[in-house]
Ligand binder design. Structure first.
Ligand SMILES: CCCCCCCCCCCCCC(=O)CSCCNC(=O)CCNC(=O)[C@H](O)C(C)(C)COP(=O)(O)OP(=O)(O)OC[C@H]1O[C@@H](n2cnc3c(N)ncnc32)[C@H](O)[C@@H]1OP(=O)(O)O
Ligand SMILES: CCOC(=O)c1cnc2ccc(OC)cc2c1SCCC#N
Length: 389
């Protein structure tokens, strides 16, 4: 497949795959800041760049509406992600963020927001190297402006603005195959409300299964079973940071999280992220941690339902409680909070609980990418310790 834009970029090219002579690390060296293009890339005449100040409720709402109507849909156009405003604020206003990396495109005449792309700073460890990167997300062009090569301009502009902050690498995911994934993950889904998932057409009644039999199959206890299982609190940040840093050190690619990052990304934030831990009743030692984020989707073209309430597995650490038991407690809490489905990728140690806890494999894949950074050895999802939103 011809990638007229991606063939020009410092990313692993298909022709490089398997070339052992290429070393791990940056593909291109940094440019002297004085040589980075100072002015924005050109847009078609009718459009103009805008920086989206996500601290402004009005701008946050414009980004929310653009994504709600034009962001990612599944292949059967059954769902479209419906990231909430508070979620977008959380995902974009991260410790040390750059407002200039929240980039919009407006139609000059109407001032309507018609496209968006975002970057947030992150420290990502690749093997033993900790690399300052931009995590790129929420790339979106209005449905009416598709296939006009706007995306490459958006990508070059966010690249330029990231370069101006002396950062030369990025991480991103996509459902589409581009040059060249560092690994490819599978989505898995655990029904919590099987009746709704069947009604919307996502799930089908199994052969020789009645609806009541199916509901019984996915039934969960009313409350978690692990002694000492409780919501994470601010006072837990140091212990959770230690637990998580130790756990993530085993993966080839993982975020390098400090207490500030843990407080932002993992402290419970209503309707955005939920996190729990196991505190040993006797020693008060924190032995396990689990978390999920809330990402609803619009249900497209269904008379009875308009929103799918989905929870997405985030970071989970088990050092004492069996991972399967810990994750079953998370499913119990998600059901209590009226989620319809609990989703997980086959990253980290997730494959150890997926089948036993009645997850089913999805038909979508998620490809992970690094920009301007080559990884020497092919990476399996079990070697990946990074969950992007
Ligand atoms: C050092 C810092 C570096 C920072 C930058 C790092 C890189 C960050 C990269 C971004 C990471 C984003 C991560 C992220 O946000 C998570 S993935 C979600 C992306 N968004 C959506 O799928 C929303 C719905 N779709 C759209 O809005 C449009 O279809 C988009 C805007 C996707 C493409 O608009 P369009 O009107 O449909 O298409 P044209 O404008 O005509 O452009 C066609 C060209 O765009 C390439 N394309 C298509 N989809 C892509 C995708 N998801 N990533 C990268 N490239 C993508 C495509 O291969 C082709 O290039 P090629 O000819 O070479 O093949
Ligand atoms: C019921 C299981 O599917 C989803 O939860 C879901 C919801 N909304 C989407 C919106 C866009 C979309 O585009 C790929 C997929 C979904 C999916 S399946 C992949 C995400 C997971 N897990």
């Amino acid at each position: 497949k011809r990638h007229k834009f991606w063939e020009t970029q410092p990313v692993g090219q298909y022709k490089d795959v398997g070339d052992a002579s290429l070393s791990e690390g940056p593909i291109e060296p940094p440019t002297p800041l004085s040589e980075v293009k100072q002015e924005p890339y050109n847009l078609p005449n009718a459009y103009e760049w805008t920086t989206c100040d996500m601290e402004s409720a009005e701008t946050c709402d414009e980004v929310y509406v653009l994504l709600k109507n034009n962001y990612v849909e599944d292949d059967e156009n059954m769902f479209r992600f419906n990231y909430s405003k508070e979620f977008l604020s959380w995902a974009l206003r991260v410790p040390g963020y750059y407002r200039s990396w929240h980039i919009g495109v407006r139609a000059k005449a109407s001032k309507k927001l018609v496209a968006f792309i975002s970057g947030v700073p992150a420290r990502i460890r690749v093997n033993t190297e900790i690399v300052k990167m931009a995590e790129i997300n929420f790339l979106c062009v209005h449905k009416k402006l598709r296939s006009k090569r706007l995306a490459p301009v958006m990508i070059k502009e966010v690249t330029r603005r990231v370069h101006l902050e002396n950062i030369w690498q990025a991480a991103y995911t996509a459902g589409v195959v581009l040059p060249t994934p560092i690994t490819t993950c599978q989505y898995w889904h655990r029904s919590l409300n099987p009746k709704k998932l069947i009604d919307v057409g996502f799930s089908r009644l199994g052969a020789r299964m009645t609806m009541s039999r199916t509901i019984k199959l996915y039934k969960l206890p009313d409350s978690p079973v692990t002694p000492g299982f409780r919501k994470m609190e601010l006072r837990d940040v140091p212990a959770v940071t230690r637990l998580l840093r130790n756990y993530l050190s085993q993966f080839v690619v993982a975020p390098d999280l400090d207490e500030n990052d843990v407080e932002h990304w993992l402290l419970p934030n209503e309707n955005v992220v939920d996190s729990f831990l196991v505190e040993s009743p006797g020693s008060h030692e924190i032995t396990d941690f689990c978390s999920f984020y809330t990402l609803p989707s619009s249900i497209l073209g269904n008379q009875n339902y308009s929103i799918l309430k989905a929870a997405y597995s985030y970071y989970n650490v088990s050092t004492k409680t069996p991972l399967t038991q810990l994750m079953n407690d998370v499913l119990i809490v998600a059901k209590q909070k009226d989620f319809d489905v609990f989703n997980a990728l086959d990253v980290m140690h997730n494959e150890n609980f997926l089948k036993e806890l009645k997850f089913g494999p999805g038909d979508g894949q998620l490809h992970y990418y690094l920009y301007n950074y080559r990884i020497r050895n092919a990476l399996k999802p079990t070697g990946l310790g990074l969950v992007l939103l």
